[in-house]
Design a protein around this ligand. Sequence first.
Ligand SMILES: [Zn+2]
Length: 346
Amino acid sequence: MKSFFPTLLKNERHKAQFGEHILRGTLAHAYLLQGPTGTGKNFFAHLLSAALCCHRQGEDGIPLPCGICPACEKILSDKTPDLHHVTAGDGASIGIAAIHEIKSDMYLSATEQAKKIYIVHEAEKMTTAAQNALLVVLEEPPPDVVIFLLCEDATSLLPTVRSRVQTVRMSLFTEDELDAFLKTAGRDIRFSTIDKEHYRHLLTAAGGSPGKALSLLQTKELNASYAEKERARAILRAVMARADFLGIHEATAQLSTKRQELAAELQMLILAIRDLIVLKREEHAPLCFFSTPEEAEECGGSISMRCLFDLYDTLREAITQIRQNANVNTIVTILNTKFSSIHTKR
Ligand SMILES: [Zn+2]
């Protein structure tokens, strides 16, 4: 049996399908690789590009891509003029100018590879104008051009863009798989120095992403992420204890006053509430925030379903307001009022 993309973990179905398409010459001209940060989207795009141009494509007993021919070497190390990256860089968005630039380049012949490849990172950052500008080439691309759009959440792309590309969802790892992966990939780390509770938190907080898990192995990141979780747990405990305004205020006082950080913290609280809701429905449901059902029980087990949904709506509303530039202190004050009255509304 042919070995396709052996260096990419998991994603077995995608690897087999893409491998067959490349050997038959039936690969589409544009793909959307979707998944959280650290799930290998960029790596897979490079492997696919190498496979498309590999000099040993189709040889018996040689994996695809071979990884060592000149085409593979140059593409995998990003050292070929035929592989182009589009990024937002320091900016918040990818504008129309960046798309016009690659569009005009697409009509020039490849310099050294069999294909010209374009990887658009964080494709959801393309402005509407940029996405519309890309439509023409997605519809009818110049010959020998392949486009990879990488994004976390495809729903933020225009439906017209989504309908012109094939979407590939990167595989997520289970906590056991992440553990096994870290024990191999993180071999420089002394696991004995990470306490069990922090490590359990890491496996959950990684959300199935091996890249995120690796970055959380850094002590500083892990401590910050764990502290964030602690803040969320303190708020839930205060709600469960039916604390008054001041009691809730004491718990929310630890939240960040920076807009983006506050939004991320409230998003984490939403994950915790999501866990509490699914646990009420199914005892063994997979969790996104809590490491164990016992931990969830201790933080919010006795909060009623109705209150959980109220909390959820309140937090969604707060995040929307943060995005609409409402005053951060006002948002937290409103949260304190709502959280302290949520039990009395029943
Ligand atoms: Zn090769």
